[in-house]
Design a protein around this ligand. Structure first.
Ligand code: OGA
Ligand code: MN
Length: 221
């Protein structure tokens, strides 16, 4: 039953305090966090099935409303924005909402909203080194990536590589194995997705602060 999954995640929403604490500590100390087996396994399984079977992907673009274009030299993945219209995506958004509340309480980040999309990298696809936000130009504060690939091995490629600004030579490589969650400061960490040899599924998301004013309504995405 789909509703029981929602209830399960909602009921469990006070359980991952320890996990949230670890994420907050990591973010505070070094600006990024890599957490294996982050969400309840039942939810990861459901999200994986949903990404592979239930949704239609569109070619991904670069830039926000108004300056949007596609560029296959930079990224070749395809995406589908999450609206929370299914029980499984509602459960996902609930979990991220609990994390948002915790990080606001612990780190005073003032996170206001969360936007996320499924991503599919067909074999051979990549996303070249980029930033998710540039200082002062965006209200994206924290980037999140959640992986939905069971049995991913080193031979499958598709690693996320993040470059800590203080030690750019010590890149951090993350295997996109189901259940692994990566969170980092959007304006601080250049990162890239190496070519995948298998279909690669994930959810990329961003916590944002509110920068709408009476003069300028903040455009989505
Ligand atoms: C992104 C991104 C990383 C990944 O979508 O902006 O960097 O590992 N994704 O999928
Ligand atoms: Mn990115």
């Amino acid at each position: 039953m789909t509703t029981s999954l929602e209830n399960y995640v909602l009921a469990g929403s006070k359980a991952p305090e320890e996990l949230f604490e670890r994420i907050a500590d990591d973010l505070y100390q070094r600006g990024y966090s890599v957490i294996p087996a982050a969400l309840p396994p039942a939810l990861t399984t459901r999200l994986t099935a949903y990404a592979q079977e239930a949704i239609n992907f569109d070619p991904a673009g670069i830039g926000r409303a108004g300056q949007y274009h596609q560029n296959e030299f930079v990224r070749t993945d395809e995406i589908c924005w999450i609206q929370g219209t299914a029980a499984v995506t509602t459960a996902w958004l609930n979990w991220m909402d609990c994390l948002k509340a915790y990080l606001n309480k612990r780190l005073f980040l003032g996170l206001f909203s969360y936007e996320s999309h499924f991503a599919h990298y067909p074999p051979g696809s990549f996303y070249k080194r980029h930033m998710d936000a540039f200082q002062g130009e965006s209200n994206r504060v924290l980037s999140t990536v959640y992986y939905l690939n069971s049995d991913w091995t080193q031979d499958d490629g598709g690693e996320l590589v993040i470059y800590p600004p203080a030690t750019p030579d010590e890149a951090v490589s993350v295997t996109p194995l189901a259940g692994t969650m990566v969170i980092f400061l959007s304006e601080e960490f250049p990162h890239e997705v190496l070519p995948a040899r298998r279909d690669r599924f994930s959810i990329a998301g961003w916590f944002r602060v509110n920068s709408s004013t009476a003069q300028r309504v903040d455009p989505p995405r």
